[in-house]
Design a binder for this molecule. Structure first.
Ligand code: CUA
Length: 410
């Protein structure tokens, strides 16, 4: 018999349970207060129906885990207190090792929990795979070390024979809102992973294989993406943005990419045959690796044309760098490395290797490779690449454009 009597024992047990419960509630409230709704690299703030599907599964798993956790913790605390060893030894309680009913019950419960998680997860995986078979807009994205090349099939300016070409850009993927966007993913170097937490789950980018994903952006804005698979030195600096516009702004952006940039045309002149801007002489060193929309700089290899990974010699035709079309409207340098200001661009041109570890541009452009005059000329040319009447209106949320300053998880 309990020294204090069973009623008194139950009372003190209740008191302890209430204390534990209150502490748990305080901890939960504190945690909730720390969680910011807007976090560009977080799946906790979905901005597409597809990301909401994924969050739905997270929530299901979270609440089920919470029920299991709280149940198990209360069970442990209750049993430890109720059946703790007392000063006056009572009779030994019945031993239930090998109790068949209990064994079956605690095998079935976890199996049911797993099934409840497994069925909707698999259903949504298949739904999203079906969803990615087609799209209102098809965009091809090539994982490079360490940036992203973006192709819009048949949306580029017609070539000399009048055939449609691909519109090319890099690191900023412009899309119209409300449209089903299909992304096809390719790589010819290593495996990357294409991940826009607010819009879709991760998808591997595998050499020799085409992977697909799809999403529909509901609201104009900037959505941040990153490479989510270790792919070499600057894996952490392989960032990109989805820039979602209203349809008319998106169309304006496409048209601007396909036209000779007005200011540059005036300043540097155009090619008689094509009407494209002719870059200044100082830009010559960039031509082997960079194409520039709206200009005659169209020599660099694109897509899967380059062979695997590394560059064997400076100027090797197998390398390629980002298309620099409408550079004056870009927001970052080096796939999210620096904000795109003329000062930062000059710093980059002085010594790209000091800013982005391992990048292939640095195998050619070492400190001193370009004179200050050349750097000024190149930077001025790039910033003159803006459409007539200025860049297309940036969508809402553009105050967060600088990936470099918002990308540290804060
Ligand atoms: Cu590409 Cu990590």
């Amino acid at each position: 018999m309990n020294r204090r009597g069973p009623a008194k024992g139950r009372q003190s047990l209740m008191r302890r349970l209430v204390t534990f419960g209150s502490m748990a509630v305080v901890a939960l409230v504190a945690l909730a207060a720390c969680t910011d709704d807007y976090s560009p690299y977080s799946t906790l703030s979905p901005r597409s129906p597809q990301a909401e599907d994924i969050q739905g599964i997270y929530k299901l798993i979270f609440w089920m885990s919470l029920v299991v956790f709280v149940g198990v913790q209360f069970g442990i605390v209750y049993l430890a207190m109720r059946y703790r060893r007392r000063r006056e030894e009572g009779p030994r309680p019945p031993q239930i090792h090998g109790n068949k009913t209990l064994e079956i019950v605690w095998t079935i419960i976890p199996a049911v929990v797993l099934l409840v998680i497994f069925i909707p997860s698999v259903r949504i995986m298949y739904e999203h795979a079906d969803d990615a078979k087609t799209g209102d807009y098809v965009i091809e994205v090539y994982g490079k070390q360490w940036w992203w090349e973006v192709h819009y099939p048949f949306m580029g300016a017609p070539d000399a024979e009048g055939n449609p070409t691909d519109l090319l850009t890099a690191n900023e993927i412009h899309v119209p809102v409300g449209q089903h966007i299909q992304i096809k993913l390719y790589s010819n170097n290593v495996i990357h992973s294409f991940y826009i937490p607010q819009l879709q789950g991760k998808m591997d980018v595998i050499p020799g294989h085409e992977n697909r994903l799809a999403f529909t952006v509901e609201k104009p804005g900037i959505y941040y993406g990153e490479c989510a698979e270790f792919c070499g030195d600057s894996h952490a600096w392989m960032r990109f943005q989805i820039v979602a516009h209203e349809q008319d702004q998106f169309d304006a952006w496409v048209a601007a990419q396909n036209t000779a940039p007005a200011q540059a045309a005036q300043q540097y002149g155009t090619d008689d045959a094509t009407g494209l801007v002719t870059p200044p002489q100082e830009f010559g060193v960039c031509l082997a690796c960079h194409r520039v929309n709206g200009t005659t700089a169209q020599f660099a290899t694109v897509g899967l044309e380059q062979s695997a990974g590394t560059m064997s010699a400076p100027g090797d035709a197998r390398t390629s760098g980002p298309n620099l079309g409408l550079w004056g409207c870009r927001t970052t340098i080096g796939a999210g490395m620096l904000p795109n200001t003329i000062e930062d661009l000059k710093t980059w041109l002085h010594d790209p290797g000091a800013i982005k570890t391992g990048n292939y541009m640095a195998t050619v452009i070492k400190p001193g490779a370009l004179t200050d005059e050349a750097i000024d000329a190149i930077a001025n040319f790039l910033f003159s690449l803006q459409p007539e009447g200025g860049c297309p209106v940036p969508p809402e949320g553009s105050e967060n454009l600088n990936v470099a300053s918002t990308g540290n998880g804060s």
